[in-house]
Design a protein around this ligand. Sequence first.
Ligand SMILES: NC(=O)c1ccc[n+]([C@@H]2O[C@H](COP(=O)([O-])OP(=O)(O)OC[C@H]3O[C@@H](n4cnc5c(N)ncnc54)[C@H](OP(=O)(O)O)[C@@H]3O)[C@@H](O)[C@H]2O)c1
Length: 309
Amino acid sequence: MKAVRIHEFGGPEVLELEEAPNPEPAKDEVLVKVYATSVNPVDWKIREGLRMDKFPSDLPLIPGWDVSGVVEKVGEAVRQFKKADQVYGRPDPTKNGAYAEYIVVKANQLAFKPKSIDHVNAAAVPLAGLTAWQGLFDRGHLQKGQKVLIHGASGGVGTFAVQFAKWKGAYVIGTASDANLAFVKQLGADEVIDYKNENFEERLTGIDLVFDTIGGDTQKRSIQVLKNEGRLITTLKPEFHTEAKEKHIYLEGYTAQSYPDQLQQIAGLIDEGLIQPVVSMVMSLEDAAKAQRMSEEGHVRGKIVIKVI
Ligand SMILES: NC(=O)c1ccc[n+]([C@@H]2O[C@H](COP(=O)([O-])OP(=O)(O)OC[C@H]3O[C@@H](n4cnc5c(N)ncnc54)[C@H](OP(=O)(O)O)[C@@H]3O)[C@@H](O)[C@H]2O)c1
């Protein structure tokens, strides 16, 4: 099959579009014909060899840990899917990903794809959607009526987080640059802050939850806006434990997991028209290096999708 692989860790130039062996499903796996995958920052972090702590990978490696496609074959123990089912999911980032014509995925990491959107849009959902869901609800315990500040509101994770938080009935404040402020409002944010021209900590107090997808200084300054015993949940490394403790703030980082029940619930919200993935660019496998370079620059709106078929 055709696949983009890396044979060594490094810059975008190590991505090679080439022939790779067709994978075969083990008994608890599903062989999926890939229609689309999407680009996440973890793709280039793994490519650069920066995530061997969390995601130890053998080389050669196919990146791409989002998939939307059609079941080609199932392992003998798989009961929940059959050939021709339309599925989506977040495959295991320690194994081959979906910048390829086929991928094998554990059956318990897949769900039925939302019916109302095509594979290109569905491929934008799993990794970023699960991350937003788990950050806001499983870790952040966000409740109706609470105030949440979402950093990186125009990004892959942030665009889902704004919509999920609004769906939950929270008061949503998002940070983005000037060019994305109107867009973040359209997604449902009640307030937006231009992070390049305003210090959010000078405007906000009494926030129940900060959902941080930026890290570093943004994470540190977020401690000041939270109410006593507020929560600061980050998709990056939690760095400021001492400062958080002094202010009675709960600070936690986490790695999003692939939970099919959450994927199915998100698919339901999409099919009800309550949530929409944001795809700003559609590229091909040939463009993998270009797509990762753009992601690495850190200013993509929503998601870049790689359309395979
Ligand atoms: N822990 C996990 O399981 C997990 C899962 C997914 C992602 N992550 C991590 O979470 C981070 C975000 O992921 P992502 O997919 O959302 O990234 P992304 O799509 O690449 O984020 C890009 C967005 O960030 C915004 N941005 C950049 N600097 C900002 C700042 N200082 N303040 C506010 N917004 C800013 C940009 O908006 P402007 O163009 O307007 O600047 C852009 O829209 C990445 O580091 C990723 O590796 C972790």
